[in-house]
Design a protein around this ligand. Structure first.
Ligand SMILES: [Cu+2]
Length: 694
């Protein structure tokens, strides 16, 4: 145990992994059978305090006042498991389908590019799709251990031309690209020790065991994991190093405690799909490191190209990231490691739960489903530049209505009916989808306006894949989806093993426009909990030289790039803050580790609240669908556009320690758009990162 002493008084920042290994081994033995501490959350009963109700209802919207709503804390029916994953990180050479290239032997078929990319290999990985990480599934109460074995070479790739001799941690440096670590994005677990700690480095050749003790009251939902070492995050995530992390719950709601939405959906026998969306942005390079591309007559790059004998790689930030690069690459957003996949086993009228994870870097996804007309031209050789026209001619059905039930893994208090969901990098969306009739449906990524996109130049419409829907007796062509879904969920609620009174409440909730109040994981953060506590944050990009920065105020003059030795914010354990988020240059997805936040308000410059359901967000001239309906929603990642003011609230309910907030355009994060925050227990003072799991 003597190694644990090395934790004392360390500077925040990049702890070398060798210090951690012995420590991890020691605490593993101690922690495996111990019980994670469960700290009671403030009760959210509005009935108990009727005088407050008026004030509370104004902002943000609340759960219906007729029932209590507290975080789920009941014991899982199943005992906790200890799950172990072995993940090697190494270069993998594989063939990636490239619809823009034709098979010389059969031009009706696509060809492929050979690529050599960093990849997770090990438990649950597939040879066919090496550039997506395996899905990790766990229950609240489980301990998940991931043996991360960094087998990347201890030297920069010969193809890398990025600056190698700088000591500036925000200047991209080839020597960093094979360093790594792991982040469990959205998990509500400790940021310390060998838990969700992204402030350490696992060097090439080192092995490190991450151990996630998922508390018993952890929400069930859709989360994900990816590398997060400052300076190599974008390169590694863009190579496909990202996977789903699903927490499944079987806790029924009770009169005093909320339950898992899984219990209701399982009763309704709803099938699910897990979809990890990624942008794998490989290129073939000239000897000088420049990307081989194809230009149109006006000299505009229309695609990156690889000859048959060449190998596509991601070894540099030069032209790989930045505004417009994803579009010009002509690459495709992959789903679960496949390009333009066909989902074959859907049935008309069946409700499916789509757990959608944006695990990519440089595209905004606006998800729609549209019926594909009969006998369409083949889409397996569709170039991204031709996708808009193909969709316009062939995906001619109206976008189908579907219902979002969770954002970033956290169940909404009411299902949100929509025809389009915006997923920025890091976002998750759980949607209940019903394909109303047999046939084929296009999975469409609708166009995004410039300021609504992480590409900063707007994005054209793309095809992501196709769903083949077979006919059943229950074809729902003639039904309205909202009513059909309500009926199915009401029927399922009737079969839950809960008290008659609660069942009645849940049924009434569902009939009241699909409210899900009995299944939300977090209580509303009210004014009297925030007590006027404030945090301010502004993203900024300063010029000459370019610096990616964050300000602790709403003034861009205070913005600074990341410094691993600096704690940017000290936050008080047990308290709640209201955060005001802005951007002084371009749009950036704000992500905070560990504790999620609740959206209070998103205002444009005219002070119009565009987070309200039904709001029209057209301040920049183009209609942007991403904000309306987000009021009151809990998330861990949220897009911040310039000229908008976003107000969110978060509580630091447990887990003292140090972690980060950052822009989820990961190349921005790598270049300095990140801050260290420390949650300090007022009873114990600073230096809390000497503890391990809380
Ligand atoms: Cu950014």
């Amino acid at each position: 145990m003597s190694k644990t002493l090395e934790y004392n008084n360390h500077h925040p920042g990049l702890i070398r992994a060798w210090k951690m290994v012995a420590f991890a081994a020691c605490i593993s033995i101690l922690m495996v059978f111990s019980v994670p501490s469960v700290q009671a959350a403030p009760a959210g009963s509005v009935l108990e305090k009727p005088a407050l109700a008026q004030e509370i209802f104004r902002n943000p919207p609340l759960l219906p006042p007729r029932r209590k709503a507290t975080p789920v804390t009941t014991q899982q029916n199943q005992p906790p498991d200890n799950k172990v994953f072995d993940l090697d990180i190494k270069y993998v050479k594989a063939e990636l389908n490239n619809p823009a290239k034709r098979d010389p032997k059969d031009p009706s078929k696509p060809s492929y590019d050979t690529v050599l990319l960093r990849s997770y290999q090990g438990t649950g990985t597939s040879e066919k799709t090496p550039f997506v990480a395996p899905t990790i599934e766990a229950k609240p109460g489980d301990t998940v251990r991931i043996n991360l074995n960094n087998k990347l070479p201890d030297q920069p790739s010969p193809d890398c031309k990025d600056s190698r001799d700088t000591t500036d941690e925000n200047v991209l440096n080839c020597y960093n690209y094979n360093r790594t670590n792991l982040h469990s994005h959205g998990l509500w677990i400790s940021p310390n020790g060998n838990s969700d700690n992204v402030l350490l480095t696992i060097e090439p050749g080192e092995t490190f065991t991450y151990e996630y003790k998922i508390p018993r009251d952890h929400p069930a939902g859709t989360f994900w994991y990816h590398p997060h070492r400052h300076g190599s995050t974008a390169i590694q995530v863009a190579s496909g190093m990202a996977g789903a992390f699903i927490v499944r719950g079987d806790r029924l709601p009770s009169e005093s405690v909320n339950g898992d939405i899984d219990t209701l959906l399982n009763k309704a026998e709803i099938k699910e799909r897990i979809l990890v969306l990624q942008q794998i942005q490989y290129a073939c390079l000239y000897e000088n490191g420049e990307i081989k591309d194809k230009k149109d007559r006006k000299g505009k790059v229309v695609a990156w190209v690889c000859e048959p004998n060449e190998i596509g790689k991601i070894e540099s930030y030069n032209r790989f990231f930045g505004p417009g690069t994803w579009g010009e690459s002509g690459r495709y957003t992959s789903i679960n490691g496949e390009i333009l996949p066909t989902f074959k086993d859907a049935k008309a009228g069946e409700i499916e739960r789509w757990r959608i994870i944006h695990g990519g870097v440089r595209a905004t996804i606006n998800l729609e489903f549209r019926k594909l007309k009969e006998n369409p031209p083949n889409f397996n050789t569709l170039k991204t530049a031709d996708a808009d026209s193909y969709i316009g001619k062939n995906c001619t059905g109206d976008p189908i209505k579907y219902h979002v039930i969770a954002d970033d893994g956290l169940t909404r208090s009411q299902a949100w009916q929509t025809t389009l969901t915006t997923l920025q990098p890091g976002y998750r969306s759980d949607a209940l989808v019903v394909f109303p009739e047999a046939g084929k449906y296009c999975v469409v990524d609708a166009s995004a306006p410039a300021l609504g996109s992480v590409n900063a130049q707007g994005e054209s419409r793309q095809l992501l894949g196709v769903v083949e829907v077979s006919v059943t007796q229950d074809e729902k062509e003639k039904y309205d989806i909202h009513g059909y879904l309500t009926d199915k969920l009401v029927e399922a609620a009737g079969n839950l093993s809960i008290s008659t009174l609660l069942k009645e409440n849940i049924v009434n909730d569902l009939k009241d426009d699909l409210k899900l109040s009995a299944f939300t994981p977090h209580t509303v953060i009210k004014d009297n909990e925030v007590k006027g506590n404030k945090q301010e944050l502004t993203f900024f990009i300063s010029n000459s030289p370019t610096k990616f920065e964050i300000s602790n105020t709403l003034d861009t003059k205070d913005a600074q790039p990341y410094d691993h030795t600096r704690i940017d914010r000290k936050l008080k354990l047990g308290s709640a803050d209201e955060w005001t988020l802005q951007s002084g240059a371009a749009s950036h997805p704000f992500h905070i580790h560990v504790n999620p936040f609740q959206i209070v308000k998103i205002s444009d410059k005219n002070n119009k609240d565009v987070s309200l359901p039904g709001a029209v967000d057209n301040f920049s001239g183009t209609n942007d669908p991403q904000y309306p309906g987000l009021k009151g929603v809990w998330k861990d990642t949220l897009f911040v556009k310039p000229n908008y003011t976003i107000v969110v609230r978060t509580r630091y309910q447990r887990y003292p320690g140090e972690f980060v907030i950052h822009c989820h355009i990961l190349d921005h994060e790598d270049q300095g758009m990140m801050q260290n925050v420390s949650i300090v227990d007022p009873a114990k003072g600073a230096g809390t990162n000497t503890t391990s799991h809380q």
